[in-house]
Design a protein around this ligand. Structure first.
Ligand SMILES: [Zn+2]
Ligand SMILES: [Zn+2]
Length: 378
């Protein structure tokens, strides 16, 4: 992404107290960056915990066409606890990657997946009781059998998570932009530049997500699935990596570049994914809107062209390289060779870091699973 933030250091010393601040906040200099280097530094722990504590409760459907909200906002799981997370848990705990994503944003240290209880893992306060219960009933109370409504609902839940996460991040804009307190001027400029890119990118992404969200809600209401493309796979056993959300692939699995995210005027193509378990089988599903799609389709085809024995490895590598909201089987992760763990952490860090220079990744050999069923409406 091109930076939209340009600042000439030599001009900063000439700014008067009542002039607009150089950082673009719109505040007066005296109320913003004047003397910021003398303020108390914020610790990274503080940054991460502030993000956690800020979690606001709001229903993704509060202004949608699908009836009015009712009941309080609940902790909704992005991946079902009893049918999915339980199957890969150890003593009711799994490793959460989303937990460390926030820290990567504000820290440059070493990262290890964190054990989290399955009651809280993968939850977000993004649905009211009524919508969580009624809307997702076809996937919560019925066997997953690849009905189009089920496929779209699984994708919608991932979309709602992305909508929620980005809405929450935007609410933290002012806080993130104050992380340069106590730092020298050149670091302040670096941080403001980084945050400017991050929040411009997030605003654009949220607009795009809002558009897809409205479309998905119309499709669900009218039970019209003609605009939806999907590919899906089943495995005899649950995959050791589960999660749900959306991603904008830059490369396909052969390493070919399929879209350029640096042009902010072109809407990025997003794929909504879900990796979960149903009746002790592993299920992976990718969904996108077919009206404009070329990148999403190309990515999906590079996955379907693989052999049954390669699919699960490609899925897991893709989840690490593109997706933030993912959860790992502790038994599986702990047995991986150290260099493989390191590789997966690195491609995960690349994808969640503010540096949007997305790199290509290779399929890592991490699991012995064969696709037992393939589905698609391509
Ligand atoms: Zn400022
Ligand atoms: Zn609601």
């Amino acid at each position: 992404m091109k930076t939209l933030f340009n600042i000439d250091i030599s001009k900063i010393s000439k700014i008067k107290r009542n002039d607009p601040c150089w950082c673009g906040s719109g505040k007066k200099y005296k109320k913003c960056h004047l003397d910021r280097e003398r303020q108390t530094e914020k610790s990274n722990f503080h940054a991460a915990s502030n993000f956690e504590n800020s979690k606001r409760k709001l229903c993704a459907m509060s202004d949608s066409y699908l009836n009015e909200c009712a009941g309080k906002i609940i902790k909704a799981h992005t991946v079902s606890k009893s049918s999915s997370l339980k199957t890969i848990a150890r003593n009711s705990h799994i490793y959460s990657m989303s937990k460390i994503a926030n820290e990567i944003l504000t820290n440059d240290g070493q990262f290890v997946p964190k054990l989290v209880g399955i009651n809280v893992a993968s939850t977000f306060t993004g649905f009211c009781q009524k919508h969580d219960r009624d809307l997702f009933s076809p996937i919560e109370n019925k066997r997953f059998s690849w009905e189009m409504e089920q496929v779209l609902l699984v994708a919608y839940r991932g979309l709602a998570y992305e909508w929620y996460a980005k809405s929450m991040l935007l609410e933290q804009e002012e806080y993130f932009k104050s992380l340069d307190a106590g730092k020298p001027l050149y670091t302040q400029i670096e941080i403001q530049k980084m945050m400017s890119d991050l929040f411009i990118g997030t605003k654009i992404a949220l607009e795009e997500i809002n558009q897809i969200k409205s479309k998905f809600e119309i499709y669900l209401k009218e039970k019209d699935f003609s605009q939806i493309n999907y590919v899906g796979f089943e495995f005899k056993e649950p995959l050791p990596v589960m999660g749900s959300g959306g991603f904008t692939p830059v490369y396909d699995l052969t390493g070919k570049k399929i879209q350029d995210l640096s042009n902010l005027n072109v809407a990025a193509e997003t794929i909504f994914y879900s990796s979960f378990a149903s009746e002790n089988k592993g299920v992976f599903c990718m969904v996108w809107i077919n009206e404009v799609s070329t990148a999403a389709k190309q990515f999906a085809e590079s996955l379907t062209e693989l052999n049954d024995t390669e699919i699960a490895n490609a899925i897991i590598s893709t989840l690490f390289a593109n997706c933030e909201n993912i959860y790992l089987s502790p038994d599986w992760w702990d047995k991986l060779p150290k260099e493989v763990q390191k590789y997966l952490i690195n491609i995960f860090k690349d994808s969640v870091s503010i540096d949007t220079n997305i790199r290509n990744y290779k399929i890592a050999d991490v699991v012995d699973a064969t696709a037992s069923l393939r589905l698609s409406n391509l």
